[in-house]
Design a protein around this ligand. Structure first.
Ligand code: F6P
Length: 387
């Protein structure tokens, strides 16, 4: 296929934030179309914004773009670094100027950023503070990016979580137990709700609907009284009880809200530092363990815990995610070719549409409490912990 005229000659591409299945399909989609159809040069940037600041790059062409459609993770590597608040030698530094300088060095006219909410914010920052052209695509298993119907990575994670719930059913039935299954999603409940409905969970707890442990316990006991001797609880990692939500609200008012303690209202250390001054996130006690202990105490029924964790982010993307990633990627290449920058390519119905980046940055798409999924879950008899 011969190259079509393009207003953009050279782009950079990076993946940032938590990885998810479908990233490679998206890289392939944008880069294959950009190189083969529009004759652009594509510079892959390694390990997200850190690689940009450290000028670690690789040219993407037919050789390294082949065979990656079905591969999970990201061939470029990723990090959670922010260009304007990067930890270097133990200190938080604003590295925006270094990022901009490296983009100039490679003559990159637009930086394509694949990521979730944090990445949208970082891209917007580079655009406003560094006058850099950016174009973003919404990826995350959490499905919480504003202005898009869906994010790629979500479908695969939902399959994995629903499959786990299916498997937990047989063992929970055999032993007449409660099994609490913790599902990722950060502070949004899309993943737990979707997988919970698809897997037929008896209780689904999401951050948007604070739960009362006594309501949940009564639901479990009622199931037992009706002859159902097991129960599966799908709990989002960010789910909070009514008491925790109130405590967090109070702490917020007092200005005592820390980054991760906000869900519980407790002040907990969330990061550690090694001898080289590198900061890392500390392992936290799972939400599922605390909940299972409490429900066991309230009901007297034996409980077990399964925390799915990063399994949900691994492995082969589903065909749906590969399709979304490719559609978004190729649409991104078309937009770049016509010189449209500073937008996120979003999935809206059957179409991929460009949304101004300022409408996305700093926003979050939570589950509306009257959403069809919530209503449907209630109608099939799942308890959402509030009634
Ligand atoms: O945003 C994706 C996500 O998997 C969230 O669901 C989860 O809270 C977080 O990332 C975990 O991050 P990390 O990989 O840094 O442990």
């Amino acid at each position: 296929m011969s190259a079509v005229r393009s207003r953009t000659k050279c782009i950079g591409i990076l993946t940032s934030g938590g990885d998810c299945p479908g990233l490679n399909a998206a890289i392939r989609g944008v880069a294959k179309a950009a190189v083969n159809r529009f004759g652009m040069k594509v510079v892959g940037i390694q390990d997200g914004f850190r690689g940009l600041v450290e000028n670690r790059t690789v040219i993407l062409d037919d050789r390294n773009l082949s065979g990656i459609l079905t591969v999970g993770g990201t061939i470029l590597g990723t990090s959670r670094d922010k260009p304007h608040k990067m930890i270097i030698g133990g200190k938080k530094m604003d590295m925006t100027a270094a990022a901009v300088e490296n983009l100039r060095r490679h003559q990159i006219e637009c930086l394509v950023c694949l990521g979730g909410g944090g990445t949208q914010k970082n891209a917007y920052h580079l655009h406003t503070a560094g006058s850099v052209n950016v174009l973003t695509m919404p990826k995350t298993i959490d499905n919480d990016v504003a202005e898009t119907d869906i994010t790629f990575g979500f479908d695969t994670a939902m399959h994995i979580a629903a499959d786990a719930i299916d498997r937990l059913h047989t063992t929970a039935t055999s032993h007449h137990r409660i099994i609490v299954c913790e599902i990722m999603g950060h502070n949004s409940g899309w993943l737990a709700l979707g997988a919970g409905i698809a897997g037929g969970a008896d209780v689904i707890l999401i951050p948007e609907i604070p739960y009362d442990p006594r309501v949940v316990a009564e639901h479990l006991l009622a199931r037992r009284r009706s002859g159902k001797r097991f129960s599966i609880i799908a709990v989002a990692e960010g789910a909070v009880s009514v008491a925790e939500a109130k405590a967090a609200e109070g702490a917020e008012k007092e200005g005592a809200k820390d980054k991760k303690g906000k869900a519980s209202g407790e002040e907990k250390p969330v990061t550690g530092k090694n001898e080289a001054g590198e900061v890392y996130h500390l392992v936290q006690e799972s939400k599922a363990s605390r909940l299972a202990r409490e429900l066991q105490r309230l009901t007297g029924i034996e409980a077990r815990v399964t925390s799915l964790g990063h399994v949900q982010r691994g492995g082969i993307p589903t065909p749906t995610d590969r399709l979304y990633s490719t559609l978004l990627g190729t649409r991104a290449a078309e937009l770049l070719a016509e010189g449209t920058y500073n937008v996120m390519v979003a999935i809206r119905g059957q179409r991929c549409e460009a949304v101004p980046i300022e409408k996305v940055a700093g926003k979050k798409k939570l589950v509306p409490i009257d959403h069809t999924w919530v209503q449907s879950a209630r109608l099939v008899g799942s308890c959402l912990g509030d009634q």
